[in-house]
Design a protein around this ligand. Structure first.
Ligand SMILES: Cc1cc2nc3c(=O)[nH]c(=O)nc-3n(C[C@H](O)[C@H](O)[C@H](O)COP(=O)(O)OP(=O)(O)OC[C@H]3O[C@@H](n4cnc5c(N)ncnc54)[C@H](O)[C@@H]3O)c2cc1C
Length: 406
């Protein structure tokens, strides 16, 4: 998912509370049992599919979707009253990190499905939630998020428009790189409902797959996270009822900033999982690989790599935990989320680089999972906005008086 760039426009503040605080969390014992079960299922059922997905550059949904459904992965952040598992953000993060250790196409699917449904939960009307979430929680439906455009920048620069015509909106525009475009039943389309109103002219509208005038085209395969589908959406005079607006007209920017905020922490958790797996594999390799009569782990050069990798992982864990804690208390975390995302991508970049060095030449081949983890991690630069955007958001908040120590 993408970036928004207008944070400098927000009023300065100390602590901003979210309007819709979803206070769902499993009781601790129930959570620990659920976590144990889903971790086991990830490794037992999904990890063995890696080679097939990497070879075919395709996630076999007929196999993967029932497995995800059985383990509850489609409804992780959806409250129990809509048929979901009902995890809090803090409870969800370790599970997303675990998914980030296995094949990346599966992680992308799980992340976008859960993140978009979480965004809907925070912003949509009760009527819309009742209609959609029970099916989303079971993976019978899926929501994707359409912000990024081929012809415009992200945020205030978007070119997609929705013009009110009687009881409908008529949408025109183009989106691309939209994850899960092969499986999504619904798309949150960010568009301008009033081009003269600045930030207040941006809205989010839910568009059903199959609406006349709405075409979805697959884009070329990606470097990593193979099998994740990221399509182009063409909307030509797409007519949707006015009640498909999410929240109220003109609230799109605020809603999306809120969605992206927590989603940036989700991407940081992805960086963490990939870094943890790379570290585990590197540690084992450093003990196993013998040169000049000694394991390479006994050499100071390799020890330095390992210590630096551990330091990055330890620091990232702490940041994510703090940000998620604040979010679960109902706080907005604009600077913290961008810093988590920024540090996370830098940390996983360093860790996967060092993992490759520890493995030597064989690490560059598909004989070891380091090669796949290295490629998968590069998506973390882009999802929910590239580093320059995270810098602009965090610095913009600090310059406008945001007190993150409060
Ligand atoms: C695999 C994948 C999945 C994705 N999934 C989704 C999805 O589900 N939904 C969705 O909406 N999007 C999705 N995206 C899009 C992704 O969020 C964007 O690619 C990303 O935010 C960057 O936007 P862009 O591609 O338009 O790059 P551009 O905006 O064209 O940026 C290109 C470069 O210029 C820099 N730049 C651009 N504008 C500025 C500025 N104002 N100030 C400083 N630097 C700037 C950027 O940092 C970057 O380095 C996905 C992308 C990928 C690769």
């Amino acid at each position: 998912m993408p970036a928004l760039t207008n944070v400098m426009d927000q009023p300065s503040n100390t602590v901003v509370m979210r309007k819709n605080i979803e206070e769902s969390a499993l009781p601790e014992k129930e959570y620990q049992e659920f976590k144990t079960q889903i971790f086991e299922a990830i490794w037992r059922d999904l990890d063995p599919l890696e080679e097939e997905i990497e070879n075919n550059e395709h996630v076999p949904h007929e196999i993967v979707d029932p497995l995800l459904r059985n383990m509850g992965a489609f409804g992780l952040l959806i409250p129990k009253r809509y048929g979901g598992i009902g995890l809090s953000t803090r409870q969800y993060l370790p599970i997303l990190s675990e998914f980030s250790k296995i094949q990346g196409g599966i992680r992308v699917l799980v992340h976008v499905h859960n993140s978009a449904s979480h965004g809907l939960l925070e912003a949509a009307s009760e009527e819309m939630l009742q209609e959609i979430l029970p099916d989303v929680a079971q993976g019978r439906k899926s929501v994707a998020f359409g912000l990024t455009e081929p012809d415009h920048g992200t945020g205030m620069d978007i070119g997609t428009t929705a013009v009110r015509d009687g009881d409908d909106y008529v949408i025109n525009g183009r989106k691309w790189l939209i994850t899960n475009s092969d499986i999504a039943s619904h798309f949150i389309i960010i568009c301008k409902t009033d081009s003269s109103a600045g930030a207040a002219g941006i809205s989010a509208i839910l568009v059903d797959r199959g609406t006349p005038g709405f075409t979805i085209t697959p884009l070329p395969e990606t470097m990593g996270c193979k099998g994740g589908e990221h399509g182009q959406l063409d909307l030509v005079n797409v007519r949707v009822p006015a009640n498909r607006i999410i929240g109220k007209e003109g609230q799109g920017l605020t809603q999306m900033e809120e969605l992206l905020e927590i989603s940036r922490v989700f991407i940081a958790a992805t960086s963490l999982g990939t870094a943890e797996r790379s570290f585990e594999l590197s540690l084992a390799f450093a003990k196993r690989r013998v040169t000049f009569g000694k394991p390479i782990g006994s050499r100071q050069a390799i020890q330095r790599y390992l210590a630096e990798m551990g330091t990055d992982i330890y620091a990232l864990r702490g940041m994510i935990d703090d940000a998620a804690n604040k979010w679960d208390q109902g706080r907005r975390i604009p600077a913290e989320a961008s810093m988590c995302k920024l540090f996370g991508l830098e940390a996983v970049g360093r860790v996967t680089d060092r993992a490759l060095l520890i493995h030597g030449g064989i690490g560059y081949t598909r004989a070891h999972r380091i090669e796949r983890l290295y490629r998968d991690a590069r998506l973390n630069w882009l999802e929910e906005g590239p580093p320059t955007i995270q810098i602009a958001v965090a610095a913009g908040k600090f310059l406008s008086g945001y007190d993150w120590n409060a």
